[in-house]
Every structure is written in C-alpha cells, then in structure tokens.
Design a protein around this ligand. Structure first.
Ligand code: UD2
Length: 314
C-alpha cells in the first residue's frame, strides 16, 4: 500500500501499532484509540501520523473524522480483546465490539465511499468456540460461546453483507493467538506469551492453568501485519473472511521448553485449575489465505526468538 490515506482504529494497541508503523513509511495514517490497552508511545514519530485519542463508540467523533478525511483503506482493530471482560460486561463490550462496526459501515454507506478500496475487520478464532474438530477452517462450524465471540461473528457477517448489499468493499480476518512486541501484559487475559515474558522480567512465577497440555496456534505479529495488508489489497479477498495463524499447534509445556532453550534460563511454574471455558486445543487451517499468496515468514521458534531478542532476553 502506497500514497494512501488510512484509518487504523485501535492503532495504538498491539496489532494496530505494529501495522501503523509499517504503513507510515509510505502512507498517511490516522489512528483512533481510547488508550485503554494501547499507548501512543507504541507508534513511531512521523509527519504522516495523526493521533486521535477517543473511542470508536463515540459516533460524533467518527462522523467528524469521516467528514474530514476520505480514506483509501480502513483497518478496524479497536476492540475489547478480553473474552472474560465481555462475560463480565456484555453490554459495554458490545458497544465497542459490534456497534462501532455498524457506525463505520453506515458512515461509509452514506458517504458513498468513493475513495475506499477496502475495510478490513479483525475477527477471532473465538467464533469457532470449543468444537473439538481440528484444524479449524473457514468452513468449520461456528459456535460462539461468549458475548465477545458473538460480537466478532456478527461484525464479520455485517461487513460481508455491507459488501454484498451496498458495495462497501470489505474483508475480515480470524486471528488465532497473536504474539510479539508491544502486546500489553497487564490483564490476566492478556496473551499468555506476553504474561510469560513479563513474569520472567519481574522474577515472578508463571501460573499455568491446567496441566499445560492445552495447545494453541501462536502466530507472530509480523505475519499478522503481512496478512492484514494482503487482505486489504487482494481482489479475491473482497467479501471474504480468512483465518490468520500458522496451521501448527504448540502446547504450553512445549512453549515453556522452547522459551527456556532460547533464553537459556529457567522459569518457575505454578500449576492451577484449568480456566473456566478454556478450550483445550486450537489450530488453524490456513489453506484459504495461502491460496491468495500468504506465507508465514516465522514458525514458532523463529518468531519467539525474534520476540525474545526484542525483549533483551537472549
Ligand atoms: C485467545 C485470544 C482471545 C480469543 C480466543 C479465541 C489472546 C490474548 N486472546 O484466547 O481474544 O480470540 O483466543 O479462542 O490472544 N494461560 C495460562 N496462564 C496465564 C495465561 C494463560 O496458563 O497466565 C493459558 C490459558 O488458560 C490458555 C492458554 O494459556 O489455555 C492461552 O491463553 P490466552 O489468554 O493467551 O489465549 P486464549 O487462547 O485463551
């Protein structure tokens, strides 16, 4: 993507800031973030960058932004990413995780979106729920089990329907477990790897919920940024949803072993009861996105090695 005007909601967060820093090299980027999990210090300084502190639930703010700018691309990444938070506050998180998508879609429909080439919505593997059939492909059954998963699925369907009915060009991703620099470890429901690194730096024990034999498809942030840009620019991707993962699963115990190998240090582990609602295994089928040109640049070991180098742990 070059010489474009781009909106990144949640652009100060983990995935949003990584994407924005990459886009800023050749484009003008407007970031909207309420700084609930993100931080503007995640972003590089650039004359191409406009930072707006505000919430995507603020319709007046979004209206003003859409009047001021004609975007070529929009990446809607702002969300309450904690599944547990959605269970505790279903109504509030619905405003962020679903209503904001509707607001953006309506603004685009009413503006006749003359310049927009693509809106990319970020959904989640949470839409698959706890169906034990693996790997999860885009054709797998959908079993959203939490307000978070319902809102992600509804948003993902809604952007597709605005594409089909109103000609608003959209695509959607279903992220598996994303990790890498700038992931905020502050919540107990932050990414496991960010919590592990944080515990390690602070000399704290890591708690493993269950026996550590549960597995996830951990995908490195650079590959996720690559996937987002691919979905924004691929003609074939218009109106479609894609898994973003590696297609490989790693158990938490394996992960700890690799972590200790790379860092050369031991980490103290405490075992606790399995988290309620935790799924045991999760892994993506990435055939669909590979078909449009995606290729992981990082496997789990090389991704974790790059992350630990960034953190100064190797
Ligand atoms: C991920 C997403 C979530 C949603 C979900 C869909 C992240 C951060 N969360 O949740 O937004 O999309 O997938 O299925 O990517 N664990 C520990 N100790 C800890 C923290 C976690 O043992 O201190 C375990 C946890 O019980 C789970 C595994 O580590 O078995 C991964 O946990 P997570 O919170 O990183 O991600 P997940 O898959 O629950």
């Amino acid at each position: 993507i070059k010489n474009s005007k781009i909106l990144v909601t949640g652009g100060a967060g983990f995935i949003g800031s990584s994407l924005t820093n990459k886009l800023l090299v050749n484009n003008e980027v407007i970031v909207v973030d309420d700084l609930s999990m993100g931080n503007f210090s995640n972003l590089v300084e650039s004359t191409n960058l406009t930072k707006i502190e505000g919430s995507v639930t603020d319709k007046t703010l979004l209206e003003e932004i859409f009047i001021k700018y004609n975007f070529d691309y929009i990446f809607h990444l702002a969300a309450v990413a904690s599944v547990a938070d959605s269970v505790a506050r279903p109504f509030e998180t619905h405003l962020v995780n679903f209503d904001s998508t509707m607001t953006i879609l309506e603004l685009l429909r009413n503006n006749n979106n003359k310049t927009l080439k693509r809106l990319v919505f970020s959904s989640s593997a949470a839409v698959y729920g706890d169906d034990p059939i693996l790997p999860k492909s885009e054709m797998s059954s959908i079993k959203p089990l939490t307000p978070y998963a319902i809102d992600k699925f509804a948003s993902e369907r809604m952007v597709s329907i605005y594409n089909n009915l109103y000609g608003v060009p959209t695509s959607a991703t279903r992220f598996f477990n994303v990790y890498g620099p700038k992931q905020n470890p502050k919540s107990p429901y932050s990414g496991f790897i960010s919590i592990l690194v944080d515990c390690f730096k602070k000399n704290k024990k890591i708690t493993i919920f269950g026996n550590g034999e549960q597995s996830r498809d951990f995908v490195y942030i650079d590959d996720v940024v690559q996937a987002l840009i691919l979905l924004a620019t691929s003609e074939q991707a218009q109106g479609e949803v894609y898994n973003v993962g590696t297609g490989k699963q790693v158990t938490l115990n394996e992960l700890l072993g690799i972590f200790q190998d790379i860092s050369g240090k031991n980490i103290e582990i405490v075992y606790a009861a399995l988290r309620e609602g935790d799924i045991i295994h999760s892994v993506s089928d990435i055939g669909k996105i590979v078909n449009i040109g995606f290729e992981n640049k990082f496997d789990f070991k090389s991704g974790l090695a790059k992350y630990l180098k960034y953190e100064g742990l190797r």
